[in-house]
Design a protein around this ligand. Structure first.
Ligand code: AMP
Ligand code: ZN
Length: 794
């Protein structure tokens, strides 16, 4: 039988089985849905698409038996070109001529045809790499036998003899769309490599842990290496830096060539996702300058004098960072360092890597080739980053300012300085009870004196103390009803006004009227400030309805059941709450938790009853986040994040963008969930400590109240022999003006500057300025009280 490829019209015996329908192709016999073939005939390989030629099949059968003819018949049905050959030598020659896609070798009678030897010989042919070789074996020989010897000989598959043309047809069909198709795709890679090999751009491919797997000739000549110098080596640490982001990166590197010259090159690093959805390769592309491209040469390929020059420029844009890549020749001496980097690289490819780790890795990588002063400076930066208290300034106590020392220490310390044994007894009221309420009110039947006191509730100069007096120390219910109605809170929560009223009454009843400062008037004051900020254009632009409602509810509950003592006191006293919350944000955790307990404790006060589950989760998470943000130990963290993540990017977008600023970019930035969270925290925090920005009369009253609360705490600490958290708040000796000056200096000025930058609040800053001058004036005159002493009668 000749080897010329032919549609084999066999003079071989007719197939034994298959029935009448097997005489015609299955698709002609109606056994396959029409159009299916068109759907699967084109090969899509990445962005490449191609249509393969009809497949070529070589059938090597010593005897032209039924099995052989059935394969021939199947080839005809499938439109494959096929040749049948009987001898080993002839089949090798035939393969060399045609490089068939599929070779089927009869392996049933080794005496007549040594199938394994033939397969090995075919595999020695260069172009057999993409050929599928099938061994036809006896049915009896497959029982309990491993296919491994066949695989070792170079076979791709084992076909258990089956003379049915349909079985042969199905085998070939599955090969066509399985193994053969994969091989076609691999063959297509040759064209991609041909392109890479001839590309003028220098291309390097590495594994996910930065071992070089491929470098094209342009890459080798750019770097001055011979082939073989690079494969299997790790890339220099600086090049890995470009992979740290886990996404496409472009920047300028200073590359040291093999001969020691440094040149600047623009390099693009592209991560390629592969098996398991993980990054499996990085492709680095360097634009190569040549004499045909002089303009580019001047702008991008300037040789460098020394790498110290690159770092002398002060501010260094990360994306333009010019980093010195070490020579590959020196790599061998740095194997251990690179191992370290290699394991770091595996960490980089983990999707859960924290951003701070990335930052630290980038800095460590930058250290590697920097001059000594830079290495030392980066070392100090890394030391700072390794600590957890990134956002809390390091406060150096000042000998001459005990007010500042005590206030900052007392408010920012995390309360882990505690004694044991002393129990602080919390609120007398048992939790979970809704106290009987004596003043059932609705918006419609508010007493005229209260209505008058509520009139200016939307103005910053609203006087909360008048409302406190008019409501007999129940300002939260009345102000809450008015503000919540203005913001449509009942409508949003789909709850009756009566439920909201009961809720407000319950919350207010759990504020301690006996506290000089942390009572329901403070809650009402914070609610009023929150509502005021929510009405500002910038805030309205940023927050959505759920954010607004959450902020109002958070303000109302943010200090509920406050005992009038600080977190440090509760920790030192070993209070139940401190035990419950592990000395961590004890009060703020309690305020948030109790608020939700009280809400759910009675259906009459459950304002969330009609809110669907996902909306409830959003509101709850947002309220908790805001209440926890009022804890002062994290004051500087919240403030710095706000400035860095909101004010600075906003300024860059608004000022830097100019007329080209992308429309909507500001809105998109502000409305991102992370931005909204930072804005909400800042909003509630500012509302919470806005008393120094109120009109003088109110500012002074708040200062007197908070001082009184601190005095009482100091007295109790002394009486119970607890550590005195803020010794300066001693009723006999304290200077209220000095304490206010310190509070404003350390906590208020920067925060309201930042908040004013975002919202625009000149009236608040004006009050702050006046009030500061007032405290300075009192202090300069040597007064210690919150008000000047009465003039002696003349
Ligand atoms: P909060 O307990 O949520 O009201 O948190 C605000 C913190 O700031 C509390 O520790 C208050 O004691 C403190 N604070 C508020 N206003 C003043 C003020 N005028 N002087 C000193 N401390 C204040
Ligand atoms: Zn508060």
């Amino acid at each position: 039988m000749g080897c010329a490829p032919s549609i084999h019209s066999a003079d071989s015996p007719a197939p034994r089985r298959g029935g009448p329908e097997a005489e015609v192709a299955p698709r002609d016999a109606g056994l396959e849905p029409r159009g299916l073939e068109e759907m699967v005939c084109g090969v899509q390989f990445g962005p490449m698409k191609f249509h393969p030629d009809p497949l070529q099949v070589l059938l090597v059968f010593a005897k032209d038996d039924v099995q052989c003819s059935s394969f021939c018949r199947a080839c005809e049905w499938l439109g494959f070109r096929h040749s049948v050959v009987k001898e080993v030598q002839a089949s090798l020659g035939c393969f060399r001529d045609h490089h068939h896609d599929i070779v089927i070798i009869d392996h049933r009678d080794p005496k007549k045809l040594d199938a394994e030897a033939l397969c090995r010989s075919i595999r020695t042919e260069e172009l057999s790499e993409n050929t599928v070789i099938v061994s036809v074996v006896r049915r009896s020989s497959t029982e309990e036998t491993s296919a491994l010897p066949l695989i070792a000989a170079g076979f791709t598959r084992r076909f258990v003899e089956d003379p049915s043309p349909m079985a042969c047809y199905n085998e070939l069909l599955q090969l066509q769309y399985g193994e053969v198709r994969s091989q076609l795709k691999l063959r297509a890679c040759n064209s991609v490599f041909a392109a890479l090999e001839r590309s003028q751009e220098a291309v390097e491919i590495t594994s996910e842990d930065h071992v070089i797997q491929y470098a094209n000739p342009a890459f080798k000549s750019t770097m001055g290496y011979q082939s073989g110098d690079l494969l299997g080596k790790e890339v220099p640490a600086q090049e890995k830096e470009g992979t740290l982001l886990g996404k496409e990166w472009q920047g300028t590197y200073s590359i040291k060539k093999k001969n020691g010259d440094s040149v600047q090159r623009n390099m693009k690093i592209v991560p390629v996702v592969g098996q398991g959805g993980k990054i499996r390769h990085y492709v680095s592309i360097i634009r190569v300058c040549n004499d045909n491209n002089k303009a580019e040469k001047h702008t991008e390929c300037l040789p460098l004098k020394a790498h110290t020059d690159q770092l002398s420029g002060g501010h260094r844009d990360r994306r333009k960072a010019s980093l010195d890549i070490r020579t590959v020749a020196s790599r061998a001496t740095e194997v251990s360092a690179q191992r370290r980097h290699s394991s770091m690289a595996r960490i980089h490819s983990m999707t859960i890597e924290a951003p701070i780790t990335k930052v630290m890795n980038i800095l460590s990588a930058a250290q590697a080739n920097s001059p000594l002063p830079v290495v030392e400076a980066l070392g100090r930066v890394l030391d700072i980053l390794r600590t957890t208290e990134l956002y809390s300034p390091h406060f150096m106590p000042k000998d001459d300012d005990p007010h500042a020392n005590d206030l900052v220490g007392g408010l920012v310390a995390d309360g882990l300085r505690r004694l044991s044994g002393n129990e602080y007894v919390l609120a007398a009221k048992p939790l979970h009870t809704v106290p009987s309420l004596s003043i059932p009110v609705s918006l419609k039947d508010i007493p005229p004196s209260v209505a008058r006191a509520l009139e200016a509730e939307d103005s910053w100069d609203f006087n909360i103390f008048q409302l406190e007096a008019a409501t007999h120390h129940r300002p939260l219910v009345y102000l809450g009803l008015k503000i919540f109605s203005r913001f449509g809170v009942c409508k949003f929560l789909k709850c009756p006004e009566a439920t909201l009223r009961t809720w407000l009454q319950t919350i207010e009843a759990h504020y301690h009227a006996s506290n000089p400062y942390h009572n329901s008037t403070h809650a009402a004051d914070v609610l009023q400030a929150t509502a005021y900020f929510l009405h500002k254009d910038r805030v309205k632009q940023t927050l959505d309805r759920a954010d607004e409602v959450a902020a109002l509810l958070a303000a109302a509950v943010h200090d509920v059941d406050h005992p009038g003592r600080t977190n440090s006191f509760l920790c030192n006293a070993g209070s139940e709450l401190a035990i419950l919350y592990n000395d961590t944000a004890v009060l703020e955790n309690h305020h948030a938790a109790l608020a939700f307990q009280l809400t759910a404790a009675d259906a009459h006060s459950d304002i969330f009853r009609n809110v669907d589950r996902s909306e409830y989760r959003t509101l709850r998470q947002s309220i908790i986040d805001m209440v926890l943000a009022t804890e002062m130990t994290r004051h500087f963290e919240h403030l710095n994040k706000f400035v860095n993540s909101i004010n600075k990017p906003l300024a860059a977008l608004e000022d830097g963008g100019g007329p080209d600023a992308e429309p909507g970019a500001v809105l998109a930035m502000l409305r991102a969930p992370e931005s909204r969270a930072l804005v909400k925290r800042m909003l509630v925090k500012c509302a919470d400590v806005s008393n120094p920005c109120r009109a003088l009369e109110q500012c002074v009253e708040w200062a007197a109240r908070i001082s009184e609360e601190y005095f009482a705490q100091t007295e109790e600490e002394k009486q119970r022999e607890l550590p005195v958290v803020m010794p300066v708040f001693n009723r006999q000796t304290c200077s209220v003006p000095k304490s206010q000056i310190s509070f404003i200096d350390y906590f208020i000025t920067d925060m309201f500057d930042a908040w004013d930058t975002f919202v625009g609040l000149p009236n608040l800053l004006q009050h702050l300025d006046n009030n500061f001058k007032y405290w300075k004036g009192l202090d300069e005159k040597g007064f210690r009280g919150s008000r000047p002493p009465p003039e002696p009668p003349t």
